[in-house]
Design a protein around this ligand. Structure first.
Ligand code: SAM
Length: 215
């Protein structure tokens, strides 16, 4: 998702107090709870887009610290604007490429990772860029707490099948899985729709979801 014609988005992001400055990110491993000033668990969304999901989650769960990660400042700006409209103390935003995630969070510092409607990168030679790939699972293995969870939702069946196939070789196991989330009352409990989820479920696409832990 790239939004064009947002003049000065990088500067606006850099000035926003809701966004953790890019130049400080590599000093942050082990220090995230200090940023929030409490010892609440840290949940992150990678590829947060415009941020509806995480903003709603943060509002609904004040006892959790949320961090949204997005590669493009033009997109992140929309999440910043949501915070300007309704500021939440337990939500911070980061502009970065998730490839660097293991350098930004300490070992076991994150309790939960959300991947929502990740870009599919359909060409085989780009498989390593897919956020549920084994390469990314190895990065998540470093930052995720021992009993931590990863939750992944998508309407893209090919990407989901790929993600499920990656689990065993990468040392992960599905604790829950559905190929039609909105028809699954147990997995739907507490579900917060993302922007993409609203768009694709409205045209009838079934939503796949897994919840995984280390095997
Ligand atoms: N999660 C949102 C949703 O469900 O509505 C947005 C989904 S959108 C298809 C995927 C988002 O992930 C885009 O905003 C894209 O810029 C971001 N993204 C893709 N690869 C990324 C990466 N390596 N690091 C950070 N963000 C990434």
């Amino acid at each position: 998702m790239r939004l064009r014609n947002v003049t000065g988005s990088r500067e606006m992001i850099a000035e926003s107090r809701f966004v953790v400055p890019e130049e400080t990110l590599k000093d942050m491993p082990g220090k995230w709870q200090e940023i929030f000033g409490n010892h609440h668990p840290i949940y992150i969304e990678i590829g947060m887009g415009k941020g509806k999901f995480l903003h709603t989650m943060a509002k609904d769960h004040p006892g959790i610290n949320y961090i949204g990660i997005e590669k493009y400042s033009t997109v992140l700006l929309r999440a910043v604007q949501k915070m300007e409209q309704e500021e939440l103390p337990n939500l911070k935003l980061i502009r970065m490429d998730a490839e660097e995630i293991a350098e930004v969070f300490g070992q076991g510092e994150v309790a939960r990772i959300y991947l929502n409607f990740s870009d599919p990168w359909p060409k085989d030679r780009h498989a390593k860029r897919r956020l549920p790939s084994r390469e990314f699972l190895a990065r998540y293995d470093h930052i995720l707490a021992k009993d931590g969870l990863i939750e992944f939702k998508t309407d893209n069946r090919a990407l989901f099948d790929f993600a499920v196939e990656e689990l065993e070789p990468a040392g992960w196991k599905a604790r829950a899985i559905t190929y039609d989330l909105h028809a699954d009352p147990v997995m739907m409990e507490g579900n917060v729709m993302t922007e993409y989820e609203e768009k694709f479920s409205a045209i009838g696409n079934p939503i796949c979801k897994y919840v995984i832990t280390r095997a």
